[in-house]
Design a protein around this ligand. Structure first.
Ligand SMILES: *Cc1c(COP(=O)(O)O)cnc(C)c1O
Length: 428
């Protein structure tokens, strides 16, 4: 098969996610063939710095030996068996590990395949929890403006990004949509709502510290802690969606740690396997878990599961990923990288076409504007960056930088220099 044939079949047959295929058809498609550390290599042999961690999943770089080896070893044992009524060693070891490293009190792990399913599981558990506890009116969810929790319909019901979600409104269950966490009235709005009708509210779901797909919106200090306090006072479950923020992105292993928050339910996916395989986990407190215990005839069973739940290959990759965090002191080594990023971003913030820059840890959003979305300015900047060996992808008018944690300080400076050049060029 020739390189050109691959490119042509891609355009003929693959319907790419979040992609206007008419526009894609007119652009040169980039076929990735291999990876090495923080770089992706295409079929022409050209190398690109992976500036968005292959869509926020990669953690320690590509072809990380320990993870490669762990998967190979597991393949030689078995690639998949089910968790429906039987179990397997990697899934058990990973559950134990996740309970140990997540905020204390999250003792039970429900596996699924991706961030959206981790959220669906959390929503269904939260809903059913109150049904089982006899508080049958507690059926509604609260989420925030600019929140994103995945693309399946339950996750979209608690999502709140106009551009992605509006068209599906008729299919969705009604949700209370709180103002953006950065709105100074947000917590008051929530407390007023709780005062009036917490007896009808099952849970609040939030992306802790950073609303990622909503444009890397960073929450004010103390917001998460205060929200957690309100949910405790008014007996509302707290679901932390750390699908994007988990595994070091914000500077700590989990974002919740920064405000000493222990959620009732925690959703993990993306970085869980180091960006190798699709695997997700929803962790719950013992209190939530125990509400589902009873004789079979009470029908308290959580009737939910996926074909590849607890996949041994994925779990083996995740275990290797987590071992690297410890062995290489990944979290301890982040502050220097984060500071380098902050310094480099300061230089970008002075450019005339930059409206706003937001950063938390190694999660960055550079907002271009004012410019109409149709101009696709950020998209064009990202395409131009490719020519300079940097692969990034925007969110609307926002250029996102979310490199693997293994990025070096030189690479951070390189990445920001390319972005800076391309933003300036676009405005001259
Ligand atoms: C990406 C994301 C999801 C959805 O994860 P998928 O694996 O793409 O289904 C859910 N929540 C947050 C916060 C995310 O960033």
């Amino acid at each position: 098969m020739t390189k050109d044939q691959l490119k042509s079949w891609d355009k003929q047959h693959i319907w790419h996610p979040f992609t206007q295929m008419k526009e894609y058809a007119d652009e040169d498609n980039l076929v990735i063939e291999s990876g090495e550390g923080n770089y992706l290599i295409d079929t022409e042999g050209k190398r690109y710095l992976d500036g968005t961690s292959s869509l926020w999943v990669n953690v320690h770089g590509h072809r990380k030996k320990e993870i490669d080896d762990a998967i190979k070893v597991q393949i030689d044992k078995i690639s998949h068996s089910t968790l429906l009524g039987v179990t397997n060693a990697p899934a058990i070891q990973l559950a134990k590990k996740l309970v140990d490293i997540t905020p204390q009190g999250l003792n039970h792990v429900f596996y699924s395949d991706n961030g959206s399913t981790a959220v669906e599981v959390a929503l269904k558990i939260a809903f059913e929890y109150w049904q089982l506890r006899g508080k049958k009116e507690k059926q509604k969810f609260v989420s925030f403006k600019d929140s994103y929790h995945g693309d399946t319909l339950g996750a979209v019901s608690v999502g709140y990004i106009e551009l992605f979600h509006e068209i599906y409104r008729p299919l969705l269950f009604p949700t209370h949509q709180a103002p953006s966490p950065s709105d100074p009235n947000c917590l008051k709005w929530i407390e007023d709502l709780f005062k009036k009708e917490s007896n009808q509210i099952a849970a609040v779901i939030i992306e802790p510290l950073v609303q990622a797909a909503g444009g890397m919106m960073v929450q004010p200090d103390g917001f998460l802690e205060k929200l957690r306090e309100l949910t405790k006072r008014y007996q509302v479950l707290f679901i932390a969606d750390e699908v994007a923020t988990g595994f070091g992105r914000t500077g700590t292993l989990f974002a919740c740690e920064q405000e000493k928050v222990v959620p009732d339910l925690l959703c993990l996916a993306k970085g869980l396997t180091g960006g190798y395989l699709p695997l997700a986990a929803t962790l719950t407190s013992s209190e939530v878990y125990e509400a589902f215990l009873g004789d079979y005839s009470e029908y308290k069973t959580f009737f939910h599961g996926h074909s590849y739940t607890g996949n041994p290959l994925g779990c083996a990759a995740a275990l290797a990923n987590l071992e690297i965090f410890e062995k290489e002191k990944i979290i301890q080594n982040l502050p220097g990288k984060i500071k380098t990023m902050t310094e480099a971003l300061k230089r970008i913030s002075n450019l005339p076409k930059v409206k706003n820059i937001r950063q938390k840890g190694l999660m960055v959003g550079i907002e271009i504007g004012p410019t109409p979305l149709e101009e696709r300015r950020a998209h064009k900047i990202c395409l131009a960056a490719r020519k300079k060996h940097l692969l990034i992808r925007p969110l609307g008018n926002i250029i996102v930088l979310m490199p693997p944690l293994s990025i070096t300080e030189d690479e951070i400076n390189f990445m920001c220099a390319v972005v800076s050049d391309e933003i300036s060029r676009g405005t001259s």
